[in-house]
Design a protein around this ligand. Structure first.
Ligand SMILES: *Cc1c(COP(=O)(O)O)cnc(C)c1O
Length: 452
């Protein structure tokens, strides 16, 4: 297994050929599969003698890969898709083969240096101070959790006497990972703040909810989570207003830009993010709208020392890592061993330059605006929320949940598009999320016309 034998070399060459072909071609949308179908097509793949490279590759290309959806297909418009830049995906191969240890400066200084420069680009877009920093983690879920853990540790150390219950203010459009982190992982309370008519949390609504809390509950609030690009509606909260309330109360401000943070790069929407510069922590997923492969979330702190105080693990065998002097990526989140998840994004950003990123984000915004206009002008659809970014939430007049389910299944079964139903304020509806510069207004038109 560890010798580079002719058989191994042949398999490596075939994997490289397939990878290049994958990057060079338009891959079909793919489809779902049942366990039974895969069992009968693939059989038992783990055997005492091994299948050999050729057979294992054949299984992947003929059976397994076609049973995975092509997330970067231009008409994969569900959830939040991903559309990696070619060179980001390609560099990911080299990162994998190099097996860089990305957790510590001692072992991975070069990788951490590059990741930090990519983080600095994001910090500058957000207007965070010179000392800001952080790391890349697996995804927004872990980014949100790591930030909130750092926030609570900070509150614990700053406040004398723990409150009865710790609590965080969260809007009702906040991502499920935020309430999950608080309730299930951290055992903290959620103070829900209702959104405005477009689902945005405003400073005014936050103040009203907090003013109405009994003093002992209010004393437990240590943070507020604002969303910069909500997943279901793509709207950006009133960050400046929320930041003001956070400052007045001495709370940590966490801004969840897992999806929408990428819009910071686009001049046409940059004003929506005013106030993000006051964030104590901020996340954005390169694997969503910044053209990186799975899985990667940039996690930034205004004062990374607060994150290290919360997250650095201490053990005798780790002392040489601590003594090395550089900043360890792992000390900023819930992780120890880590893949250098920011490197594919860094490589593409370094090769193409930040202007190319700005242009690619603007292109998706223009496509989404064209799609919104198609919906407004149609006679069978209602745009439910005026979009801020690239998520379009809309309803087909006269349709109930069953109609959406049938239509969505049909689109996927015919390999035309992947669009799933959702709900907004009790009304069944659907949404299109555009993060792929290869998606065109005609792709959106095809989907909209299929709802006639
Ligand atoms: C997708 C998303 C998350 C979760 O990120 P993962 O990378 O899927 O863990 C969190 N917040 C928002 C706003 C998101 O869109």
């Amino acid at each position: 297994m560890h010798e580079f034998t002719p058989a191994v070399e042949q398999t490596v060459r075939e994997l490289a050929r397939l990878s290049v072909a994958r990057l060079a071609s338009d891959v079909p949308l793919g489809g779902a599969a049942t366990q039974e179908r895969l069992e009968s097509a693939a059989g038992e793949t783990i055997t005492a003698a091994g299948l050999g490279g050729a057979r294992a590759i054949e299984l992947w290309t003929e059976v397994l890969a076609p049973a995975c959806l092509t997330v970067d297909h231009p008409r994969y418009l569900s959830f939040i898709p991903g559309a990696p830049a070619k060179l980001a995906s390609a560099f990911d191969m080299l990162v994998g083969v190099s097996n860089v240890y990305g957790g510590s400066w001692l072992e991975g200084a070069g990788a951490a240096f590059a990741e930090n420069q990519a983080l600095r680009w994001i910090a500058d877009l957000a207007g965070l101070p010179e000392g800001a920093g952080g790391t890349f983690v697996q995804g927004g879920t872990l980014g949100n959790l790591s930030a909130l853990v750092a926030a609570r540790e900070t509150a614990r150390r700053q406040r004398s006497g723990a409150p009865g219950r710790w609590a965080v203010c969260v809007s009702d459009e906040a991502h499920s990972s935020v309430t999950h982190a608080l309730r299930v992982v951290m055992d903290a309370d959620v103070v829900l703040v209702p959104g405005d008519e477009r689902g945005r949390m405003t400073g005014g609504a936050l103040r009203a909810v907090v003013d109405g809390l009994p003093p002992e509950r209010r004393a437990g609030v240590f943070a507020v989570v604002a969303t910069a690009g909500s997943t279901n509606l793509g709207t950006v909260d009133d960050l400046a207003g929320i930041a003001e309330v956070a400052r007045e109360n001495g709370w940590w401000l966490h801004v969840d830009g897992a999806y929408g943070g990428a819009g910071l790069a686009a001049g046409t929407v940059r004003h929506l993010y005013d106030g993000v510069q006051w964030a104590d922590s901020f996340i954005v997923d390169p694997h969503k709208w910044l053209f990186g492969p799975f899985d990667s979330c940039a996690l930034l702190y205004r004062d990374p020392a607060l994150a290290r105080a919360a997250h650095t693990q201490h053990a005798a065998y780790l002392e040489p890592v601590a003594a090395c002097g550089g900043q360890n990526p792992s000390d900023h989140a819930l992780q120890l061993t880590r893949r250098s998840r920011g490197l594919p994004f860094w490589f593409s950003l370094a090769v193409h330059g930040s202007d190319a990123y700005r242009d690619a984000v603007e292109r998706t915004l223009a496509t989404a605006r064209a799609g919104a206009e198609l919906i407004r002008r149609s006679d069978h659809l209602d745009l439910l929320v005026e979009p801020d970014l690239t998520v379009l939430t809309f309803a087909r007049r006269g349709w109930g949940a069953d109609d959406y389910a049938r239509w969505s299944d049909g689109l996927l079964a015919s390999r035309q598009a992947f669009v799933t139903p959702t709900g907004h304020r009790g009304r069944a509806c659907t949404r299109l999320a555009v993060v792929n510069p290869a998606t065109t207004p005609d792709d959106l038109r095809l989907v909209l016309d299929s709802m006639r």
